[in-house]
Write a protein that binds this ligand. Structure first.
Ligand SMILES: Nc1nc2c(ncn2[C@@H]2O[C@H](COP(=O)(O)OP(=O)(O)OP(=O)(O)O)[C@@H](O)[C@H]2O)c(=O)[nH]1
Ligand SMILES: [Mg+2]
Length: 230
């Protein structure tokens, strides 16, 4: 097993140090070979800080500069450069609890995708607003109905899969519809998904790049597109 942790970063200088330290601490307790890949579109010193802390902690870190905005695009660029056979997709805002990584790696033997859920009955989020919470519930309900799933959270990109499964998904969404496309495709293609509980923390600093109100209609269009295509 060789694990590549793909982290999208856009101006996360306030958070990246804690993220690198937590990943390094969690991974040091596992006897698993790993690397982190930062897919960056920043104008601040996120990358410099990441490199400095990775050196200090002895983490193998690869930096991929992405020339256009988009979290989905960043994930795809990161994966292109990943050497591992197991991918963990992650954010750099400090909201993910990386202590669930051992669970990802245990469950990846039982399911093709292992994804963290922030939704009851299994998870929770300190970041949820009314719109996040009920918007996600509605989208997840629609996706389950249309594509035959039993998921509780289809808007969280924190999870693990093999590179082989990633390739089966053939994702091409650049922006915030990335997770929607990923879950719709996985259900359509009969890829097994195991959800594990996670608590999403408040971001540790910096600014959120996502405004739910701007992406709701894009998510709806993505669901429709996935319904109409094979
Ligand atoms: N490379 C790259 N990374 C991005 C881009 N937009 C956001 N990110 C990163 O993607 C991750 C998620 O972004 P957030 O702004 O936290 O969005 P979110 O977690 O979906 O939404 P919130 O609930 O508002 O935090 C963070 O690590 C960001 O730095 C982008 O355009 N390019
Ligand atoms: Mg976030």
């Amino acid at each position: 097993m060789y694990v590549s942790i793909i982290i999208a970063t856009r101006n996360e200088a306030d958070c990246i140090e804690a993220v690198i330290r937590e990943i390094s601490q969690v991974m040091s307790l596992l006897s698993v070979r790993y690397e982190a890949v930062i897919a960056d579109y920043s104008t601040d010193d996120t990358v410099e800080r990441a490199v400095e802390i990775a050196k200090e902690t002895g983490m193998r870190l690869r930096v991929v500069k992405v020339d256009r905005p988009g979290r989905g695009l960043a994930m795809r660029e990161g994966v292109k450069h990943a050497e591992g056979n197991i991918l963990i997709l992650a954010d750099a805002d400090g909201s993910h609890d990386f202590h669930v990584i051992p669970q990802f790696l245990n469950e990846i033997h039982n399911a093709e995708m292992v994804m963290a859920s922030r939704f009851p009955p299994i998870g929770w989020s300190e970041e949820h607003t009314f719109l996040h919470y009920y918007g996600n519930m509605l989208v997840t309900w629609v996706i389950n109905k249309l594509f035959g799933g039993r998921l509780t959270d289809t808007q969280n990109g924190f999870g693990a899969m093999t590179k082989e499964v990633w390739e089966k998904l053939e994702l091409d969404s650049d922006g915030w519809t990335f997770e929607t496309q990923m879950f719709c495709r996985a259900l359509k293609r009969g890829i097994s998904i195991k959800e594990i509980p996670s608590i999403e923390r408040k971001r540790m600093g910096g600014k959120a790049k996502l405004r739910v109100i701007d992406v709701v209609w894009k998510i709806a269009l993505m669901v429709l597109k996935e319904l109409l295509t094979s």
